[in-house]
Design a protein around this ligand. Structure first.
Ligand SMILES: O=C([C@H](O)CO)[C@H](O)[C@H](O)COP(=O)(O)O
Length: 210
């Protein structure tokens, strides 16, 4: 089980500063959608150059032009790129084909998908690398999480790895780990802590035991 740090509310300098604190405890660093909106793919490039040993995930949440947008993210240094599960199969197929050229991976984010089990099975069959359940900021504000969703997709995803994101904290991590995802994605649960390194270290300890 791997740990991904999601960076959403920082600029490039802030991203470098927090990754420097926690790099030894994380497997993947995510350049979050708000960072890409503010800084562009320069943020992916800057973090990959500064931390070459880390896999960088570009959270583009692609909805169209899958092949082209994956190509640009991979050129910037992304090892994983996100595509929305609500997008068309042709978009996901294009993203997967492009990623395969370079060994990059595609994570499909099921945010806002209504029939989770059905779509998870479909995107799994399209050859994606990760299927991710996700309660986004707006759903978190309504008190939702994705812990049950993870159990649901694990019953139908047979070849891809599974991932979970959205409001995970140290206090809820054991419940997440019990559902056995391959990748746990944490943003505010690390960046919002007074001692981010200590939070990341403890999370890494817990996911490594699983
Ligand atoms: O993808 C995300 C969200 O849609 C904002 O871009 C976050 O990276 C994801 O939710 C993880 O962050 P936390 O919810 O703060 O753990």
């Amino acid at each position: 089980m791997k740990l991904q740090l999601a960076l959403d509310l920082v600029d490039i300098a802030g991203a470098k500063a927090i990754v420097a604190e926690v790099a030894e405890f994380i497997d993947v660093v995510e350049i979050g959608t708000p960072v890409v909106i503010n800084e562009g793919l320069h943020a992916v490039k800057a973090i990959k150059e500064a931390f070459p040993a880390l896999t960088v995930l570009a959270d583009l949440k692609i909805m169209d032009a899958g092949g082209y947008e994956v190509m640009k993210a991979v050129e910037a240094g992304a090892g994983i790129v996100t595509v929305l599960g609500v997008s068309d199969d042709s978009t996901i197929r294009g993203a997967v084909e492009e990623a395969k050229k370079t060994g990059a991976e595609i994570l499909v984010d099921l945010i806002n998908v209504k029939d989770l089990k059905a779509r998870a099975a479909e995107v799994d069959a399209l050859g994606v690398d990760y299927v991710c359940v996700h309660s986004g900021y707006d759903h978190q504000a309504e008190g939702k999480n994705s812990f049950e969703d993870l159990r649901a997709i694990k019953s139908v995803v047979t070849r891809a790895k599974t991932a979970i994101a959205g409001g995970i904290k140290l206090s809820t991590l054991p419940e997440v780990i019990a559902a056995k995802p391959d990748l746990v994605i944490v943003g505010g649960g690390i960046t919002g802590e007074a001692d981010a390194a200590a939070a990341a270290a403890e999370m890494k300890r817990l996911v490594s035991q699983a």
